[in-house]
Design a protein around this ligand. Structure first.
Ligand code: GTP
Ligand code: MG
Length: 256
């Protein structure tokens, strides 16, 4: 299985080289795709100057800041087109530990989607002030209750998908822009009946650079979650088309 790690960046010049080095060292089979939205701080130039550029490190440049969801959709489309069997999504700010990549990818032997989870046994959050912890905890409770998701970390952003899983959840048709994108795909995977597993990770606060989190991003998530549930209850929509899967969609490949 050849995996690719998709990393969206906006003004991550201070972090991007370290995250690339971390990923390449942690998982010798992995390629990396950075999706940069014309960062004014020269993030793309740092990627181009990486010794593995055009070998294991690739760069997709977009004309301007279009949101995390749109960047991931562009990156996933590139990865699917390129034929990768597994796709990992990961932040560039070193909040997601590259050394958990092998565990995440290994989990895809038995599951369609593997979530790097802060809230299962063995998972943790490091360096976050109490206020951030409470917001994250409350956000998770809200999402899990409203959408009824059977996972502990419903807002996680460090995830691995089997190729078939991305196709199954119609990921390119997802609609969220901000961090709601994370929730949307977990919801789509759950509703499609995919096998979703959680792998413990220790999440660290970003050390360098600025957060892109905003009240608009939080509002988008609060609102969309309620609208999705409302539409489900009124029969107006389902997350994905087609019947639910009864076993991991990629399982046969995994054991073959
Ligand atoms: N390409 C692209 N990347 C983005 C955009 N917004 C955020 N990102 C990247 O998405 C990842 C997550 O963004 P963060 O600002 O760390 O947001 P967060 O992790 O939800 O919030 P913090 O906990 O405050 O760090 C980082 O790698 C960002 O550089 C965007 O509009 N375009
Ligand atoms: Mg972050």
């Amino acid at each position: 299985m050849t995996p690719v790690v998709v990393i969206p960046t906006y003004c991550e010049a201070a972090n991007v080289t370290a995250v690339l080095d971390g990923v390449l060292a942690a998982s010798p089979d992995c390629d990396v795709l950075v999706v940069d939205d014309n960062s004014p701080d020269g993030t793309a130039a740092r990627v181009r100057s990486h010794p593995q550029f055009r070998l294991r490190v690739h760069l997709l440049e977009r004309p301007g800041k279009g949101g995390l969801g749109a960047a991931y959709r562009a990156g996933f489309a590139w990865a699917l087109e390129a034929g990768y069997d597994a796709v990992v999504q990961m932040d560039a700010d070193l909040s997601h530990p590259p050394d958990r990549l092998p565990a995440l990818l290994e989990a895809l032997d038995m599951a369609d989607v593997a979530i790097g989870s802060r809230y299962v046994r063995g998972g943790a959050v490091r360096d976050w002030p109490l206020r951030r912890r409470l917001i994250s905890w409350a956000g998770n409770v809200y999402v899990r209750l409203v959408l009824g998701l059977p996972v502990r970390d419903a807002t996680a952003g460090f995830k691995a998908f089997r190729r078939e899983a991305l196709l199954r959840i119609d990921v390119l048709d997802s609609v969220s822009n901000g961090y709601c994108f994370q929730i949307e795909n977990t919801w789509r995977a759950s509703r499609a009946g995919l096998a979703v597993t959680e792998v413990p990770i220790t999440f660290s606060d970003r050390g360098l650079g600025e957060s892109k989190m905003s009240s608009a991003i939080v509002r988008e998530a609060l609102l969309r979650v309620v609208v999705w549930r409302w539409r489900e209850l009124t029969g107006a929509t389902t997350a994905v088309s087609g019947p639910p899967a009864t076993e991991p969609v990629g399982r046969h490949d995994a054991v073959a």
